[in-house]
Write a protein that binds this ligand. Structure first.
Ligand code: NAP
Length: 234
């Protein structure tokens, strides 16, 4: 990435995922990137986004390593929830499963925003991006189904937009972005991608998303973009 200058520091949460690993790999190979913290439920420190204590401990660990982090990428998320496939119809709604989906896909990133954004620099360009999903777009929803995944990603987009508005004052050069990675060959999509018109490799999707982030202006903070840089409707 060029827009964050040289020696920028990056943190990836969900670094064990298909996309998370690919982001870490790209960033480690970027000569401009001075440090990459790859955090996950299995890292040291571990970070489980449904536990505020674990998010707070990871934030404290990051602060000890450096007072400022320029790029934060949240690559966490669930589609199949504890063995439950996404709902095909309303009769399949299970409140406990739905709550779990919201806890990971929406409340988890909200906790990341709460605890990690104090580590963003206030006086230079910085980025907080979270992987969302096109199916979280309300305007784009013509097929129905997948109510928990759709709704939790719609909530995620609203949370990111709200954060962008609030932080515009304290972090004038911050870009907050919701990202749609495309259909990508990962664990998450494996059971559902047979009819996708195009399936991307995680390496390709992560590379394109980093290019998109690199090109975003601060005026575009709080928007929703796909891996080709197209703005998506909320
Ligand atoms: N793949 C696609 O086609 C596609 C399409 C649209 C959007 N997305 C979005 O892209 C994001 C990444 O998905 P992926 O395709 O890379 O899936 P993945 O390979 O299944 O990775 C998901 C990541 O989320 C982590 N995670 C799950 N629950 C967590 C929790 N409670 N706390 C911390 N981490 C947790 C997983 O950690 P563990 O390894 O510990 O389970 C893993 O690192 C998701 O938000 C997904 O909605 C993906």
């Amino acid at each position: 990435m060029d827009s964050l200058g040289s020696s920028y520091r990056a943190v990836v949460i969900g670094a064990t995922g298909g996309l998370g690993q690919a982001f870490v790999e790209h960033l480690r190979n970027d000569p401009n990137c001075g440090d990459v913290a790859a955090l996950s439920r299995n890292s040291e420190p571990p970070i489980d986004v449904i536990s505020e204590a674990s998010v707070a401990s990871a934030a404290a660990w990051l602060r000890e390593r450096s007072a400022e982090w320029d790029l934060m990428i949240d690559a966490t998320g669930v589609l199949t929830i504890e063995g439950h496939r996404p709902e095909k119809r309303l009769s399949e709604i299970d409140p406990a499963v739905m709550a779990r989906g919201f806890a990971v896909n929406a409340i988890g990133p909200a906790l990341l925003l709460k605890h990690l954004t104090p580590l963003l620099p206030r006086t230079r360009r910085c980025i907080f991006a979270s992987l969302s999903a096109r199916v979280g777009s309300i305007e784009d929803n013509r097929l129905g189904g997948w109510v928990s995944y759709r709704a939790s990603n719609a909530a995620l987009n609203q949370i990111l937009r709200t954060a962008a508005v609030e932080l515009r004052i304290s972090h004038r050069q911050l870009v907050v972005a919701s990202l749609q990675p495309g259909t990508v060959a990962t664990r998450l999509s494996a059971p559902y991608r047979s009819r996708a018109p195009e399936v991307l490799t995680p390496e390709y999707a992560a590379c394109r998303l980093l290019e998109v982030l690199d090109g975003l202006e601060r005026e575009q903070s709080g928007e929703f973009f796909d891996y080709e840089g197209q703005r998506l409707p909320f």
